[in-house]
Design a protein around this ligand. Structure first.
Ligand code: SF4
Length: 98
């Protein structure tokens, strides 16, 4: 069973593919959450491993992977990984975080 970060601190992540350089750093950090598609761009995946290719698609951040996802957002050369609170959509890691 996957443990999730539930409650007020529940987080979700999305990628702005328009800015993705395709270097795959995020996939190295958190392959459970990110994947490079054949178009060379990174996408988030659903909990059941399905690539989510709709623009702005989000997936929940599993609590055990929070630090990996946070580091992905910090290291992303495209500045295009956005981690935000589910409750109020406030970005906590990424280019739009305070
Ligand atoms: S780290 Fe950022 S720029 Fe690199 S593949 Fe992932 S989303 Fe794209």
């Amino acid at each position: 069973m996957t443990v999730r970060n539930e409650g007020l601190d529940e987080l979700e992540v999305w990628i702005d593919q328009d800015l993705c350089t395709g270097d795959g750093i995020c996939v190295q950090y958190a392959p459970e959450v990110f994947e490079l598609d054949i178009d060379g761009l990174a996408y988030v995946k659903s909990a059941d491993d399905e690539l989510l290719q709709d623009k702005g698609a989000t997936t929940p951040v599993p609590l055990p992977l929070l630090s990996d996802v946070r580091d992905s957002a910090k290291e992303c050369p495209g500045d295009c990984i956005h981690v935000r609170r589910v409750a109020d959509k406030v970005e906590v890691y990424g280019p739009d975080a305070e």
